[in-house]
Design a protein around this ligand. Structure first.
Ligand SMILES: [Zn+2]
Length: 105
């Protein structure tokens, strides 16, 4: 497995995982359960996203670039999901309800 990304928190990790799964990329989030055991660990880790199938790496890096680029370019404008109508804050690029992408406008 290859580590793709270190998220700020478990919510971002989950969103990014959903984004990748939406594009057919098999990935897992590790480390988002460690805070409960922090007493036995030297430091609380940030959750990290791991690519399961290494052959996808080049394509997945592109998806990650898109994800990060759009997160910056789109700013903080809130939006409504084009698929299910769920309202999302501007720092989210995919619907937290159904995983659809923000419509580009
Ligand atoms: Zn949705």
């Amino acid at each position: 497995m290859i580590q793709l990304y270190q998220a700020r928190d478990r919510i971002e990790a989950q969103l990014l995982k959903d984004y990748l799964l939406f594009h057919g990329v098999e990935c897992v989030v590790l480390g988002d359960f460690l805070s409960g055991a922090a007493g036995e660990l030297p430091a609380v880790q940030f959750p990290t996203i791991w690519l399961v199938d290494d052959v996808d790496e080049a394509r997945v890096r592109q998806l990650l670039d898109q994800y990060q680029h759009r997160a910056q370019a789109d700013g903080q404008q809130a939006w409504d999901c084009p698929v299910c109508g769920e309202h999302s804050e501007g720092n989210f690029d995919i619907c937290c309800n159904c995983g659809a992408e923000r419509a580009s406008s």
